[in-house]
Structure formats: C-alpha cells, structure tokens
Design a protein around this ligand. Structure first.
Ligand code: DP6
Length: 325
C-alpha cells in the first residue's frame, strides 16, 4: 500500500487561535474551539514513490507555486521523520471552495494531507497523534481532524497540543452562512499574522481572557444557549481583530461591507433571529445561526445585495480516508 486519498473539512473558530507560544511547533498562545464545516472539503491523494527525487504537488489541477510546495515539503519532512519514510511523494489536492478568502483552506488542506500521507505509508496512528501532526502544518488543521465541535488544547509540548471532539456533530444543529465579500487572495496570511500578534499591546489581554471565554462558549454549546453563545463568539472575534488592527504593521481585514454585515447580523438578532457573526483573517462574514433560523437569515442577507456569494455549511465530520491502495 503506498497511495491514499483523504477528505477533510475546514472549520470556523468560535474562540480564535491568534499568536503562538512556539512558532516552529505551532504551539498556540491560547486554546481554541471550532466547528467543522460540512459540504466544504479538501480532497488529497498522496503516493509515496521511492523512485522520485523530489515531492510533486498539484493543486486544483495546476502545478503548485513554490511557496505552497515548500510548505507541503516541510510538512512531509516531519511525517517522513516520524514514520521513517525514505521516499518522495506525488500529492494532488483540490478544494471545492475558494482558497485564501477567510475560509480556512490551510486547515482542511493540512488535515487531509496528514491523514493521506500517514495512510499511504501503511501506518495507523491515534486521532490525537494525527491532530498533533496536522498542527505542525497549520495550527487550525489540528481542529479539522476530529469530528463535530472541537477543542484544541494549548500546551507547552508537541505531544500535548492536540484537538479533540468537545461535542458530537449532532449535539446542536448550527449552520454557518458565509457571506463572501471577496474571493481575492489575502495580502497577509495567517502565519505572518501569528508572528506579529505579540506586537499589539492588546494581545496579552486577549490571551489572558481566552480560557474564561472558552469555558463560557463550551457551557453555551452544552446547554444550546444561543444568546450566551452569540455574546462570547462576537466578542472573541472582535478581540482578535482589535489585536490585528493594533499590530505592527497593522492588519485590517474588515472591509466596509464586512461592517455593514456585522451591523445587519446584530439587528437580525435584536429582531429575534438566532444568529451571530465571526470573522477569520479575511473580510468574509461567517453568520452562525441555529438551523431553524437559517432560511430567514439567508433571505435577509440576500436582500442586502452586498455579498458576492453565500456559502452554507452545517456541522461537519472529522478527516477521513476515502480510499487507499
Ligand atoms: C484567524 O491555522 O491558518 O483563522 O498555523 O500559520 O497555518 P497557521 O495559521 P492558521 O490560523 C488560523 C487563524 C484564524 C483563527 C482560527 O481559525 O482560530
């Protein structure tokens, strides 16, 4: 067996990961919580071939650029090291959603790559170890390994910083309606953003309160308490963006349309719909709502006519092997 294909979903964080205590190992400054996004996925095939003299990466049907290839090669080096693999690989990967616009494509990409690369080597590992290994490629990828609602533990060592399911996917039917404002590739990626987080005076305060917010968001999910959930999720997103805007150099991901959508979401909630917003490192607004209210939220957002597209996702599964040979 030397070929395997894996599928992984991106995830949206309710308590954000922003800044590392160890940049090389991607040990985060704070623990985070997310849900996987069903319907959106990365599918990746890895074939280990001792006859190759370098790794070859094809992304969405095209030969990958140097930066992407280098990051994948570094990640495969970590996997080769761990499993004693003496071969290079052919990697083909595709997303069914736009890359680089606030839908965390690195999360699903490195989760799928990790699972496919391990399976193609004929090895099996625990979900916990798969999560730690995925984390080395992209921090948020650790959260795309387990299913449903996921918590990623901040820790001081590689072995202890992993993600696990906090609540199964059918525990609470939340829907993410992603209001896509721009599909353009973002100017500053998350990795550089994490490195500059500590230049903001606000980062220490954000990190100091993260554990408390995480407890509150988990309690709200446990009780399916939407009002408490909404308050913490919006606050945590605002805090991360406050850090971004006050870093050196400052990072402004919000566009005028992002602000208009955030205001609209707050108004819809005041009018009785169970919806709140959260934004990652991009201008798109993730409108998280209770599934029963999703249709009404969708209609309200369509009527605003400021989005390029609306992408709808429910709570998704963890990373899975879909074939191997
Ligand atoms: C804003 O996991 O993309 O989406 O580890 O450098 O790949 P790297 O960063 P990444 O950062 C995600 C940041 C975020 C918040 C989050 O998903 O928690």
């Amino acid at each position: 067996m030397n070929t395997a294909t894996a599928r992984a979903h991106p995830n949206i964080a309710f308590i954000k990961y922003w800044g590392n205590r160890d940049h090389e190992l991607r040990l985060p400054s704070n623990s985070s919580v997310s849900m996987n996004l069903s319907g959106l996925f990365t599918e990746t095939t890895v074939t280990w071939d001792p006859a190759l003299n370098h790794d070859r990466l094809t992304m969405n049907g095209m030969e990958a650029q140097h930066d992407a290839t280098n990051r994948v090669v570094r990640h495969l080096d970590a996997i080769r090291n761990r499993f004693n693999i003496h071969a290079h690989a052919i990697i083909t990967t595709q997303n069914n959603f736009p890359t680089g616009a606030g839908i965390a494509s690195s999360a699903s990409a490195f989760a799928a790559l990790t699972v496919a690369a391990i399976a193609a080597s004929g090895q099996t590992v625990s979900e916990r170890e798969a999560s730690t290994l995925a984390r080395l490629g992209s921090g948020s990828a650790s959260r795309s390994i387990p299913s449903g609602y996921v918590e990623w533990h901040a820790a001081d060592t590689h072995e202890d910083s992993f993600a696990e399911t906090a609540f199964p996917l059918d525990h609470w039917h939340l829907t993410d309606i992603i209001a896509v404002i721009s599909k353009a590739h973002k100017a500053t990626g998350s990795t550089d953003g994490h490195a500059s987080a500590k230049t903001s005076d606000l980062q220490a305060a954000r990190v100091a309160g993260a554990e408390e917010r995480l407890k509150r968001v988990k309690a709200a999910i446990a009780q399916r308490d939407f009002p408490s959930f909404a308050t913490v999720v919006e606050h945590d997103s605002n805090l991360m963006h406050a850090v971004m805007m006050t870093s050196q150099p400052p990072l402004f991901y919000w566009l005028p349309a992002s602000l208009a959508l955030m205001a609209r979401v707050r108004q819809l909630r005041a009018d009785g719909l169970r919806v709140c917003y959260t934004l990652d490192a991009g201008p798109n607004v993730h409108c998280i709502c209770v599934r029963d209210d999703a249709k009404a939220v969708r209609q309200a957002l369509e009527n605003l006519s400021i989005t390029e597209d609306l992408i709808v996702a429910e709570v998704g599964e963890g990373a899975q092997i879909i074939s191997s040979a």
